[in-house]
Design a protein around this ligand. Structure first.
Ligand code: FEO
Length: 165
């Protein structure tokens, strides 16, 4: 297996781990009766699965070998809604670094098709980090004001699968 293929397999694992982690965050929010946040995070979990499958399909289209490794157990306990979304932002920042490193490797290895495929992910990460950062900023403003928290929960619950990128 080439170095780039191996790194793409690692990225498939990272995206699936991210999907699993968002699902755990969603379950936590559901249990706290923040149903809007739970829905937003559940859709995000589906998006991460789609990211993994995009790379999976790319590997197969290139006649590469897919290797599925164990997915890390996600954290399931948080002290607050703010902590949930701070964890989401940290996760996105870490994925951005992984995508940057993967792109750099593809460049060094002259894996041109992989570079084109990864450009989509570079752009997507800008959006993903921005969404998480915006929500964290809103939560810091709202603090523990119940009415404002419920408003934010309702707003996040308006996210639809179709509007998700
Ligand atoms: Fe697939 Fe949120 O990174």
């Amino acid at each position: 297996m080439t170095k780039v293929q191996e790194a793409i397999n690692d990225q498939i694992n990272a995206e699936l781990s991210s999907s699993y982690s968002y699902l755990a965050m969603s379950a936590f929010c559901e249990a706290q009766n923040f149903r809007g946040c739970a829905k937003w995070l559940r859709i995000q979990s589906q998006e991460e699965y789609a990211h993994a499958m995009k790379l999976y399909d790319f590997l197969l289209a290139r006649n590469g070998a897919v290797t599925l490794n164990a997915i890390q157990k996600p954290a399931g306990k948080y002290r607050s809604l703010t902590e949930v979304f701070e964890a989401s932002l940290a996760q996105e920042q870490s994925v951005s670094k992984q995508i940057d490193a993967l792109y750099e490797l593809a460049f060094k290895e002259k894996a041109f098709a992989a570079m084109v495929e990864l450009q989509w992910f570079l752009t997507e990460q800008v959006e993903e980090e921005k969404s998480a950062r915006d929500i964290v900023a809103r939560l810091h403003l709202v603090k523990s004001d119940p009415a404002a928290l419920l408003d934010l929960d309702r707003e996040l619950g308006a996210r639809s699968v179709e509007s998700a990128k």
